[in-house]
Design a protein around this ligand. Structure first.
Ligand code: NAD
Length: 286
């Protein structure tokens, strides 16, 4: 039987999540997607109207099939956590069962088990503010959406993951080197995500024979990255300074992800794997 993957954090065809879904689909996996509730409508409409058909093309000419799209908001673990203003917000009211716990239950009811869990989401409401000007609320929101969301997803999906399975998240080098402009506690959130990758690799490894890795990806002009505001500069900087002189494509991250969640990487867990044209190795930009 082919592997079944749940990928959290796809709302268009530009980001890393989409590219990872394609690489996994090309390798024969069945694709389930978790889409942020406020983005669900437009994503499903675009899918249905064929807006993504060109980018759904796989190397063998067939189109990637997404078996099911689940509304998800990974900052809420269960219905009790959802505040009234969100519950009654009209972007949320049309969907139901989108907390992490409920989505895991739905996937269990629909499919029984999964083999692969991918976390490709982040959010930092104050990302454009320097850390020194970030509020407590903004900092905690960044950690909640970008780091704890992975802990929560693994917590709730581990019981339905087949032994030998693998999980993956996406991180950024701002966790370990200062990247001015990546603010709002997002650098802190990525540092937490990387540390949690090591601890969760141990815990999920022992508990369910599940691997946990994270890809430290180079810059990509995704929707989320454009919201930060300096992504074009980062892409140019990488092009000018990385050992491999080319623009990074999302598919390169997708391919590395497919390797990491496959049996080819059966002894790789707890790792931060750089997929960035080697930019992280440079100490002096020339
Ligand atoms: P993206 O916009 O394609 O993906 C981010 C997704 O997160 C969006 O679909 C958004 O709807 C979703 N999201 C936000 N808050 C959510 C929530 N509470 N619940 C559920 N979903 C939520 O952008 P991307 O750049 O491909 O981001 C994917 C991952 O890659 C992120 O972890 C990001 O930090 C990481 N990353 C990106 C870059 C880059 O340059 N783009 C570099 C390194 C790492």
């Amino acid at each position: 039987r082919g592997k079944r993957a749940f990928i959290a954090g796809i709302a268009d065809d530009n980001g890393y999540g989409w590219a990872i879904a394609k690489a996994l689909a090309a390798a024969g996996a069945e694709i389930l997607v978790g889409t942020w509730v406020p983005a669900l409508n437009i994503f499903e409409t675009s899918l249905r109207r064929g807006k993504f058909d060109e980018s759904r093309k796989l190397p063998n000419g067939s189109l990637m099939e997404i078996t099911k799209v689940y509304p998800l908001d990974a900052v809420f673990d269960s219905p009790e956590d959802v505040p009234e203003d969100i519950k009654t917000n009209k972007r949320y009211a049309g969907s139901s069962n989108w907390t992490v716990k409920e989505v895991a239950e739905l996937v269990k009811n629909d499919f029984g088990t999964i083999d692969i869990l991918v976390h490709s989401l982040a959010n930092g409401p104050e990302v454009s503010k320097p850390l020194l000007e970030t509020s407590r609320k903004g900092y905690l929101a960044a950690i909640s959406a970008s780091s704890y969301s992975f802990v929560s997803l693994l917590q709730h999906f581990l019981p339905i993951m087949n032994p030998g399975g693998a999980t993956l998240s996406l991180t950024y080098i701002a966790s370990e080197r200062t990247i001015p402009g990546y603010g709002g506690g997002m650098s802190s959130a990525k540092a937490a995500l990387e540390s949690d990758t090591r601890v969760l690799a141990f815990e999920a490894g022992r508990k369910g024979n599940i691997r946990v890795n994270t890809i430290s990806a180079g810059p990509l002009g995704s929707r989320a990255a454009k919201a930060i505001g300096f992504i074009e500069k980062m892409i140019d900087y990488s092009y000018a300074n990385a050992p491999i002189k080319k623009e990074l494509s999302a598919d390169e991250v997708g391919n590395a992800a497919a390797f990491l969640v496959s049996p080819l990487a059966s002894a790789v867990t707890g790792s931060v794997v750089y997929v960035d044209n080697g930019l992280h190795t440079m100490g002096l930009a020339i």
